[in-house]
Design a protein around this ligand. Structure first.
Ligand code: ATP
Length: 248
């Protein structure tokens, strides 16, 4: 049967170093055009889940040992990270990972490396990124290492956009940022979702903020999904408030 979801993760198990079982059968789906939040405390397995999808576990000596991952109905857990990028699945790593000695604009251009459309198209894509992130346009000649944490997060998302993504895996974008900047960044994520129809899988410890921008949420605890639901319903749920509000 045809898979109706953009992304579906089916009962995956992940083991590090052949012995450390971190994901114990995680399943969830992302509808095309949606923002899905993957929530849970530090160590619950959010980053591991994103890396399992984008196939970045090998470098960490991690391995998907059970289950499957499909993007647009195609098995992707057997693909290389580059093949995934080619299909439009782009991960923005936790901690931003800009090249500090390159300018903001040079950082953005590194995201266009798979874009075979040529220089004119790349210039257009760059203009589009600047339209979403006017701050980056102002800072385009600055070395990324000298920009603020919020600007570095914007640069990391902008670089992902340069690859013309269908789906962005966004790891902890709020980390270390002032509340006002977090709102600014999530506001842009929402715009990108609505106007460009980029789908997002958003790993966040900042539960309540993430649920204000996401459509749907899954809560991970100890390598398992313990709850899921519409974002508004999760945000109103007493257990969620009690257990997760304090962790934000
Ligand atoms: P964070 O907010 O810190 O990113 P998380 O929910 O994303 O938390 P993970 O980073 O996926 O959680 O980590 C889940 C568990 O896997 C933790 O117990 C962590 O110690 C363990 N872990 C992560 N990476 C490795 C590794 N390379 N080798 C062994 N164990 C690891």
């Amino acid at each position: 049967a045809e898979n109706p979801y953009l992304l579906s993760v089916n009962n995956i198990e992940v083991i590090y170093n052949h012995v450390i079982l971190v994901l114990k059968g995680v399943s969830f789906d992302v509808h095309e055009g949606s923002i899905v939040a993957l929530l849970g405390a530090n160590g619950a397995g959010k980053t591991t889940t994103l890396k399992a999808i984008s196939n970045l576990l090998k470098a960490e000596r991690g391995e998907v040992t059970k289950g499957s991952i499909e993007f647009k109905g195609e098995r992707v857990d057997v693909m290389t990270p580059a093949q995934l990028v080619g299909r439009g699945v782009i991960q923005v790593m936790e901690g931003r990972h800009c090249f500090p000695h390159l300018t903001v604009e040079e950082n953005l251009l590194t995201g266009a490396y798979t874009n075979k459309a040529g220089r004119a198209a790349i210039a257009q894509d760059l203009d589009k990124v600047y339209a979403y992130f006017p701050r980056l346009k102002e800072r385009r000649k600055s070395l990324a290492g000298y920009t603020s944490g919020g600007e570095q997060q914007m640069t990391a998302i902008g670089r992902a956009l340069m690859a013309r993504p269908r789906m962005i895996l966004l790891d902890e974008p709020s980390m270390g940022l002032a509340p006002q900047i977090v709102e600014e960044i999530f506001g842009i994520v929402k715009d990108l979702n609505q106007r460009e129809r980029v789908s997002f899988l958003l790993a966040e410890q900042n539960t309540m903020v993430a649920l204000r921008y996401a459509h749907y949420g899954y809560i991970l605890e100890n390598g398992r999904v313990v709850m899921d639901g519409d974002a508004a319903a999760l945000a109103a749920n007493e257990d969620v408030k009690e257990f997760y509000l304090g962790l934000a």
